[in-house]
Design a protein around this ligand. Structure first.
Ligand code: 9MR
Ligand code: 9MR
Length: 596
């Protein structure tokens, strides 16, 4: 055949292909964006489950359409959910897991409109994985954030905290009321500028655990923070900012730890450097002291690997942990009751309480961490590690599982006595994970989060993340992929597959919170809020008195600055988000979600 004929046939062949594809193009010009199409707004790994949920019942088919040429590349039938959502209505499910081609797409639904854009690619959560940890840098007290690291959100230093008053509730013979101590650094707790040991405990431990579970992955995370060029992983550098503060919160005299470093009352919605109110450390407590012991014990074994770069730090942490433990044995029941304290002392303190009355879980956690680090069984034997069969999801006032997770991740180094307990914990954890999974694919949003309205209270989004962490622990001990799939379903929830259609993380997604209850974001005059923060999320409690668009539990959310009960940010909510998204990123190749 001559060259001419060859080209001619190629020409006809191409025309034929183009014609048939052209026929599958959609004209989006007269159509609208529809917020009724709910899915993970960042997107999907090529081989992972891909689900969108449609909050309507009058449509029947969906198509996946390329962003560039509006070409239809996949079509499917919508299926009604088996069960109704918390609002009593069924949803329609678009499952396009079979479609695996990397690219940028929208979902198109005839008679409805098109969705926000999303990507299918390897590493699809890389930006969020970093951003969720970088958020902690933005929470740093006592240091300026220059543009070089803070990008669009630079600010001056606030709260040096090098002259902090001993509050009368914390006075001792050696340190009477008015004594000045120095306790700089640390992360601001949340939308407010105070620093609370109890909440720092679970936060710091969750971030340390990310490192302990995935060290080689975490070592490669570059956060662009002032310490990025040293020889320590950036995540650990960021954690150190808080640990160095925590260490200052221990009274060297007796080992007890102050509950918090705080103003007497909340600041206005101003930048950190504006507020010059006196700062106090208040009353020591059993929760604070045991949480401190657990974190410093865990930190001690992790930083042991960096003894050269941080001489003495690991040993100091362990000494501090042991002294705290001894204090708690002598003071096993010192609750932080802010109202009671305010009856007895001036000035009255009205900032966050984090008051806890039950210390069983804190004793379990601290005993386990000290035991794992030292291998000294006196810690382990001092408490009943398995007092009952309960497996309460971690929260600031319930930290038992933090200890259990540590036992599982350090199992190889345990003695036989503890190995029996570890077996028991394993089977209870799997039961917990199976309970989470059960029925979740019959629900309206096909996520583990939100099966019942009990999932929704102050900081409900952190529940979703902590359920995800429990499922990842189940995956780690079984390598059964269903656990990881369901952990991912909760990340899908947080990023948009939910009853409000918000991706609940500032700066990550198409419809994200613009007005979080976060003082720097409110006061910095930058339009976009500081990025990488998980807001508290749906909470029908309305403790802030702000009117919500709905009383249905999973719809009880508003993107309003005044809504601190649904739209504040907090370090103990960001840490489980950071764990969840980074763990999934770390596991994407071994689980085959992504392929090299
Ligand atoms: O800003 C405070 C927020 O961080 C707390 O979570 C919340 C509940 O303790 O309180 C917020 O402060 C408010 C205070 O309680 C009442 N007056 C208005 C304050 C700012 O909105
Ligand atoms: O997260 C805390 C939540 O569980 C409590 O119900 C609530 C009221 O005590 O306080 C929340 O924590 C806030 C803390 O007290 C002050 N800083 C902001 C925290 C997040 O809203």
């Amino acid at each position: 055949m001559s060259f001419f004929f060859k080209s001619l046939s190629l020409y006809f062949f191409l025309t034929f292909i183009c014609a048939s594809l052209n026929a599958q193009q959609v004209n989006l010009n007269n159509l609208f964006l529809s917020e009724n199409i709910r899915f993970n707004q960042l997107g999907f790994y090529p081989n992972a489950q891909k689900i969108a949920v449609i909050t309507s019942d009058s449509v029947s088919k969906f198509a996946i359409v390329t962003v560039k040429e509006n070409r239809i590349v996949f079509t499917g039938i919508l299926k009604a959910s088996t069960n109704v959502a918390l609002n009593g209505k069924k949803t329609l499910i678009a499952n396009f897991s079979e479609f695996k081609m990397p690219g940028d797409y929208i979902i198109y639904i005839q008679n409805m409109g098109y969705s926000y854009q999303f990507s299918i690619k390897n590493d699809v959560f890389a930006g969020l994985a970093k951003g969720s940890i970088k958020a902690f840098y933005y929470q740093r007290a006592s240091i300026a954030l220059p543009q070089k690291y803070a990008g669009q959100w630079p600010r001056n230093a606030g709260h040096p905290d090098n002259e902090v008053l001993i509050h009368p509730s914390a006075a001792t013979k050696e340190k009477p009321f008015g004594t000045i101590i120095s306790a700089p650094r640390g992360w601001y707790d949340a939308g407010d500028y105070n620093k609370y040991i109890v909440n720092s405990g679970i936060t710091t431990a969750t971030l340390l655990s990310l490192y302990e579970d995935f060290p080689s992955y975490v070592k490669n995370i570059n956060l662009n923070i002032p310490e990025s060029s040293n020889k320590i992983p950036d995540e650990l550098d960021e954690i150190l900012w808080n640990i160095r503060w925590m260490l200052c919160m221990q009274d060297q005299e007796d080992g007890g730890v102050y509950n918090k470093l705080t103003n007497a009352f909340f600041d206005g919605m101003v930048m950190p450097e504006i507020t010059k109110l006196p700062r106090y450390v208040v009353q020591k407590g059993t929760s604070a002291t045991l949480d401190f012991a657990a974190v410093t014990a865990q930190a001690s074994r992790i930083f042991k690997n960096y003894d050269k770069q941080l001489p003495g730090l690991s040993d100091s942490c362990l000494n501090a942990a042991n002294k705290a433990w001894e204090w708690a044995l002598k003071n096993p029941n010192m609750a932080y009751d802010q109202n009671l304290m305010n009856n007895n002392y001036e000035p009255k303190i009205t900032t966050g309480g984090y008051g806890d009355r039950n210390f069983t879980d804190e004793f379990i956690w601290a005993a386990i961490e000290l035991y794992i680090t030292t291998k000294n069984e006196k810690y382990y034997n001092a408490v009943n590690i398995l007092p009952d069969e309960q497996m309460p999801l971690p929260s600031w006032n319930n930290v038992r599982l933090l200890g259990y997770y540590s036992l599982l991740r350090n199992e190889v180094s345990l003695k036989n006595n503890q190995k029996n307990d570890t077996q028991t914990i394993k089977s209870r954890l799997l039961k917990m994970a199976n309970d989470f999974i059960e029925g979740s694919s019959s629900t309206a949003y096909q996520t583990v989060m939100g099966k019942t309205d009990r999932d929704f209270g102050w900081g409900s989004n952190a529940n979703a993340a902590n359920q995800g962490i429990a499922l990842i622990q189940a995956y780690q001990i079984t390598k059964d992929k269903k656990y990881l799939d369901h952990a991912l379903s909760n990340l899908d929830y947080l990023l948009g597959r939910n009853a409000t259609g918000f991706s609940y993380i500032t700066g990550f997604g198409s419809k994200t919170p613009m007005f979080p209850h976060h003082r720097p974001s409110a006061a910095d005059r930058v339009k976009e809020p500081v990025p990488g923060f998980l807001v508290g999320g749906p909470n029908p409690g309305k403790q802030d008195g702000v009117v919500l668009p709905s009383t249905v539990a999973d719809e009880a959310y508003t993107d309003s600055m005044n809504s601190y009960a649904a739209n504040e940010i907090a370090i103990n909510w960001n840490a489980p988000l950071a764990y969840l998204v980074n763990a999934i990123q770390a596991l994407q190749y071994e689980s085959d979600y992504s392929k090299n």
